[in-house]
Ligand binder design. Structure first.
Ligand SMILES: Nc1nc2c(ncn2[C@@H]2O[C@H](COP(=O)(O)OP(=O)(O)OP(=O)(O)O)[C@@H](O)[C@H]2O)c(=O)[nH]1
Ligand SMILES: [Ca+2]
Length: 493
């Protein structure tokens, strides 16, 4: 009997090719089916109305992943020209006008079809807190003015308000930990140190019992509980502390009848500038002194003596009284600092300018001592492009930062090493604004969102590898089974 194999070589090739095409089509369908639709981005705008200036931040995130940590990033930022909104207390309508250039820029940056759904928030910090204390009506007028201005844009206006010091600290902490992806990794968290013009915040996770409820915040984020210590020191931003320090030096001289010459160890030798008393006493942070014996101004003269400057600055911290087991200063409870810290805003501007970000505490002090003795003329020649106001104040500001961290918050030579002076993480600036927006848009869920088993890229790769394997096995199988092991494979007789 002659059994004829009904499968001939060309037929097998055609069937193999058909199976291969089938697998490819299957993979293609699966890939297209699961591909995120053309990446659509959403946007949010936050205005940081600080005491010294206002910045507009635009954030961006993929529309389908808004609950995944690490997805929101800063797309753009704009510095509003001029001073902070609290400086418009006498001419409130100008506060709103001042935002125009940056808000027009926001209109250009965000695609038009997204304008209507883009939330815009304004948060004002210590400058407005101080104005509210000084003149509540004026602060309301300023807020009304910025609110009206923001409402004239095609975005979704979500409010303009003064945020509390606690919020400022907590949202700064959320920002740095969100950007470092610490919530998803459930690794340790980093503390946040923010130094502004009028206030300063310290926030970190503490394992100790928090003795004062005002300094305690609990969060549940992505399925983890966080027990935070936070405090905001109003009047301890670097501009207000400079006023405080000048006031402390001026006060004993107020009964002098001659011109008041203030010899300041925190300013450079050769620095000599006439300043108005008004510029020092125009804040609720310093004592109101009504009579200057007919004088309007004083002479501010630099000495360039770091040690004396350090001693003078220590005096702005009251460490004589503490009603808790432990205080930072001014009778404010603080547990010992724990873990790593990100120090941003003026901590970064100042320490970065002074090249002190990589030194240990003792080296930083030594370098700063040398810097402070540099003459004012030499410095101006060396840094012709730096704003004179900033340049004049770096010795003071650097000394304040070291004193605040060491004598205020009690960082030691060892724990100093845990401080990272940072401006940005990735493309996003460190500050309270991102955390504020994440919170208000509910983008930081208490429980971790369900995530697919594999990310999209991994899924595509797996499908490709599997189909390739099937294909290779098929070919190998074909070659193996067609190989004759006795009579020819064509015919068995
Ligand atoms: N050297 C330097 N100083 C800056 C720069 N930008 C701001 N400052 C100063 O650093 C201090 C803090 O600035 P910010 O962090 O913007 O303070 P703010 O948000 O206006 O103030 P708060 O409302 O207290 O947070 C202020 O004294 C500013 O004048 C900068 O680019 N370089
Ligand atoms: Ca600030």
């Amino acid at each position: 009997m002659k059994v004829k194999n009904s499968w001939h070589r060309p037929q097998i090739i055609v069937v193999t090719a058909l199976i291969a095409v089938g697998i490819i089509i299957m993979v293609a369908i699966a890939v297209v089916q699961h591909k995120p639709l053309n990446q659509k981005y959403k946007y949010g705008i936050v205005l940081d109305a600080g005491s010294s200036h206002t910045s507009v931040y635009i954030y961006e995130w993929p529309a389908e992943k808004e609950n995944n940590t690490g997805m929101v990033q800063q797309k753009h930022s704009c510095n509003v020209k001029g001073k902070g909104i609290s400086s418009y207390s006498g001419t409130p309508h100008k506060a709103g006008e001042s935002l125009k250039e940056c808000m027009d820029e926001a209109k250009k940056t965000i695609p038009k079809h997204r304008h209507q759904e883009t939330p815009v928030y304004l948060g004002a910090t210590a400058g407005m807190r101080l104005l509210k204390m000084d003149d509540n009506t004026a602060s309301e007028k300023v807020l009304k003015s910025v609110a009206t201005s923001l409402q004239s844009y095609p975005f979704s206006y979500e409010g303009a308000r003064i945020i509390s010091g606690q919020e400022e600290g907590a949202f700064g902490w959320i920002t740095v930990n969100y950007l470092s992806d610490n919530f998803r990794k459930a690794s340790g968290t980093v503390g946040a140190l923010d130094l502004g013009g009028a206030s300063t915040q310290i926030t970190f996770v503490s394992r100790q019992e928090l003795e004062s409820p005002d300094n305690s915040i609990d969060f549940r984020l992505y399925g983890n509980d966080y027990h935070l210590y936070t405090h905001s020191f109003l009047c301890y931003g670097k501009d207000q502390v400079l006023k405080l320090s000048l006031e402390k030096q001026i006060e004993p001289k107020l009964d002098m009848t001659d011109n008041i010459i203030l010899e300041d160890p925190c300013f450079h030798p050769g620095y000599i500038v006439n300043k108005s008393f008004q510029s020092v006493f125009d804040s609720p942070c310093v004592k109101k002194i009504n009579s200057f014996l007919g004088q309007q101004s004083f002479i501010h003269k630099g000495l360039g003596d770091w040690n004396k400057c350090h001693e003078a600055i220590k005096k702005v911290f009251n460490t004589t009284y503490c009603r808790y087991s432990r205080c930072s200063f001014n009778d404010i409870f603080q547990p010992p600092v724990e873990g790593r810290f990100g120090a941003f805003s003026a901590y970064f501007f100042v320490m970065n300018f002074l090249n002190l970000t990589t030194f240990n505490l003792e080296e930083a002090k030594k370098n700063l001592e040398t810097y402070c003795t540099t003459s004012w003329d030499t410095l101006k020649q060396k840094h012709p492009k730096v704003k004179e106001k900033y340049l004049a104040e770096y010795c003071f500001s650097g000394t304040y930062i070291i004193t605040l961290l060491e004598d205020g918050y009690r960082f030691t030579n060892e724990t100093w090493e845990n401080i990272d002076f940072i401006k940005k993480i990735g493309d996003s600036e460190a500050g309270w604004t991102l955390g504020y927006m994440l919170n208000l848009t509910n983008m930081i869920p208490a429980e971790a969102p369900d995530t697919p088993l594999l990310p999209y890229g991994g899924y595509v790769m797996l499908m490709l590898i599997l189909s390739l394997l099937i294909f290779v096995f098929f070919i190998l199988g074909y070659i193996f089974f067609r190989r004759p092991s006795g009579p020819t494979h064509k015919e068995i007789i």
